[in-house]
Design a protein around this ligand. Structure first.
Ligand code: MGP
Ligand code: SAH
Length: 288
């Protein structure tokens, strides 16, 4: 039996939630749908279909190429000015974009570029990771390719629908438990080896601020996010803005006694500075 999709009605009673249950799903939460490769499934009003790979005759290659570039032009014409910049970087975001990857507006400007997501996943190889702000699945997919088990949480049902759809393209939907829910409500009952945090930064305008700080993270400040994560495990990875106040990030390690090891790295794609990653405790390689 495949156990890839757990769609949760928002619930206040999550006390027995554990992704490590023998059945592999939170027992007190309703499973409303189950996936099978190639089948349609429903979530709210969203209907997501698996994309069937289409074969094309060799002779028609030129025509297909032309059609495809026309298709790309048409796609480009329909996207909002905000999304356009990110669409132009689409293959950095998802190398398999052309196989039918889908994103919503917030997904476009928030998804972790694939190269960076792979780097994060390499730190977590073979372990159980909780992706607490999973979005459209940029990180969860790469965790699923390298890790023992992945729990992907997002408060927005559309994000989880998109993450599931995108995970299918990468063939890893069966290795992720998808949960629609509020991380802060779920945190006390989650278990895992590593917690991955890539919360909202307040939209693309985050870079208008000269020095970003933890109070500006959404939906709660960075201290609250970190403390909720610490109740699960001290092994935490946090993806943060490139203009982040690094002293503040280091200070997070002092919330524990003794202080946690912390390693901070800068992340670039094609020479462009995209963000910073803070690794805490045993996911930090360069330990003090
Ligand atoms: P960006 O700075 O908006 O884009 O986001 P870019 O192309 O570097 O902009 P430029 O104008 O400087 O050229 C860079 C990366 O940060 C994105 O690809 C996302 O991975 C990440 N990111 C951006 N935002 C607004 C968020 C966010 O709100 N949450 C998370 N988790 N990541 C974000
Ligand atoms: N790393 C993701 C992008 C995360 S963007 C990727 O690569 O695709 C941040 C996400 O946090 C958004 O999708 C937003 O819906 C979600 N979010 C906001 N508040 C949340 C909460 N309280 N609990 C869980 N998810 C939340």
């Amino acid at each position: 039996m495949e156990k890839s999709l757990i769609v949760l009605a928002q619930t206040n009673n999550t006390s027995s939630l554990s992704p490590l249950d023998p059945e592999g799903h939170p027992p007190n939460l309703a499973r409303t749908s189950e996936s099978e490769s190639g089948k349609l499934w429903m979530m709210g009003n969203e209907r997501v279909a698996a994309q069937a790979p289409h074969s094309r005759p060799f002779k028609k290659r030129k025509r297909v190429k032309l059609k495809r570039s026309r298709g790309k032009r048409a796609e480009c014409a329909t996207i909002s000015p905000l999304v356009k910049k990110y669409w132009l970087q689409r293959y950095h975001l998802f190398s398999r974009y052309d196989e039918g990857v889908k994103l919503d507006e917030e997904g476009w400007y928030s998804v972790t570029p694939e190269e960076i997501a792979i780097r994060h996943a390499e730190r977590c190889r073979g372990r159980t990771v909780i992706d607490c702000f999973a979005g459209v699945g940029g990180n969860a997919i790469q965790f699923a390719l390298l890790c023992h088990h992945v729990v992907a949480i997002d408060i927005d049902p559309q994000k989880i629908a998109l993450a599931f759809h995108n995970a299918k393209i990468y063939g890893v939907e069966g290795r992720i438990d998808f949960i629609v829910g509020d991380f802060f409500q779920l945190a006390p009952s989650l278990k895992g080896d590593i917690v991955y945090l890539s919360p909202p930064w307040g939209g693309p305008s985050y870079k208008m601020i000269q020095q970003f700080n933890l109070d500006l993270l959404r939906p709660k400040d960075g201290y609250s996010v970190f403390q909720a994560a610490q109740r699960i495990t001290p092994n935490i990875i946090m993806f943060l803005p490139r203009n982040m106040d690094l002293d503040q990030v280091e200070e997070l390690s002092w919330l524990s006694s003794p202080p946690l090891h912390v390693e901070i790295e800068e992340n670039y794609v094609d020479g462009n500075f995209k963000g910073i990653t803070a690794y805490f405790s045993n996911v930090a390689w360069r330990q003090a």
